[in-house]
Design a protein around this ligand. Sequence first.
Ligand SMILES: Cc1cc2nc3c(=O)[nH]c(=O)nc-3n(C[C@H](O)[C@H](O)[C@H](O)COP(=O)(O)OP(=O)(O)OC[C@H]3O[C@@H](n4cnc5c(N)ncnc54)[C@H](O)[C@@H]3O)c2cc1C
Length: 451
Amino acid sequence: MQSPWILESPRTRKAKRLASALDTDVIIIGAGIAGMTTAFEILKNTPLRVTVLEAGEVGGSATGHNAGIFIADTERPVKSVYDEYGPVLTRAMLDELRGSWELLESCIAELGLALPLYPLPALLGLKSETVLNESLADAKVRVELGDQTELVCVREDLLAGIKEEYRHLVKGVSREDIQAKLEVNDPGFLGYWPDRRAAAGNSRVLSEEIAAALLGRYEGRLALHEQTRVKRITADSESVTLVTEDGHTVTGKYTVLTTNGFENLHIDNHAGEPIDASFHYEVRGAVGFMLGYLVKETYSPVMAAYLGVWNFKGHPVYSEEALEDPYIYLSRRPYDGKTLITVGGPEDFVDDTSVYTPEYVFPDKAFKDIKDFLKTYRIPLPEKPDFMWHGLMGYTRSGLRLVGPEPKNPRIIYNLGCNGIGLLPSFIGANRIARLLLGEKLPPSVFDPKG
Ligand SMILES: Cc1cc2nc3c(=O)[nH]c(=O)nc-3n(C[C@H](O)[C@H](O)[C@H](O)COP(=O)(O)OP(=O)(O)OC[C@H]3O[C@@H](n4cnc5c(N)ncnc54)[C@H](O)[C@@H]3O)c2cc1C
């Protein structure tokens, strides 16, 4: 079975492979949402020529196999970002995350894109004390840094046990309210954090629409080659040279890796210390498994993440032991005249040397774990899912997106590492890179690659 995002809008544009050598200014490797937004921001804001090289097709990888929720957030708890990077950089991150909505909206408006985006409230269901306390700590930091934050709704009988420092951040609700809001029969939830801004959309369609619009608008400055895998990057202090699987060469001033971190290529650095091994060590992978159900009734769009439903061990997302503790995420939106309900959560971790392919087996355990969760979901679903898919997430060691020049050779630039939430953050990376190429000196950021 396939991802609903690929099926929703079959591709009509013909793919063009690279068939000869090419010279350009910026070579983007990868045409997922990160590659296409990076191309958009560079073409819009600079006079540079851009070539995009994609091993498969536009939006065919993680961008076509995700949960399709646009949310200006990070999976890594904000409190842990604050503890590591301090208030200035954390506030700047929250500002950039909020600003990513504007980047998305201006991209859609400027290119006249047609895809639907369904605004919806996103809520977090909190089932264990660990996730409740983590959310309260996050809420406290967000409020301190001026982020607008809803009160965390906590079961009334737990209010007396809430620490003094968090009391102003919570409000009491009944067990029934919690179940109704989360649409579950499970009485075990301790609370929820409501109503974050989010939208449901098809990021594969968004990427394809951006590609088609850019090809029309920037005919002389943009080349897009699909089915063209890059095998080697050679970079010196002046330029970069890329060699494709077919043996063609592309030269440019810069290359931007928007590969999600799994590119299976070699990097030769002729301008300093070796990059290859250290770069690959930066990103580890998680294969996320999802089921989708179509129901004929109309339900309002919503997104909910259910945290702590599996024995939550409290590993931070960036620790060596575990990249993150998985959680269930569910969303609803209109689809083909019906309502599509998607549910994901189970993950397999893969290291950077593994080759992930679409043939990766959907484990029985992942299927069962999702089905077990759905036993508590209040909306009745058909026995058999209509869609079943998986996709690859790139987790960086920082648990945050990697955006900016490689410290050992600034001709190589990154906009990668989804860390669970990568759609809106791709826009942030794209915009930062265009500003860098324009010569702007950007202030330090949590997204900066470390030396
Ligand atoms: C199951 C799942 C659920 C998710 N849910 C959400 C969500 O709800 N919200 C959210 O914000 N994020 C979500 N994400 C993350 C989100 O999908 C990603 O962050 C985003 O799609 C990544 O986009 P990308 O362009 O960086 O990577 P990709 O879409 O993977 O694109 C990278 C491209 O690079 C190409 N490439 C790689 N190596 C080479 C090479 N050597 N030569 C040429 N091309 C190459 C690949 O073919 C690929 O097309 C989810 C991810 C998964 C897997």
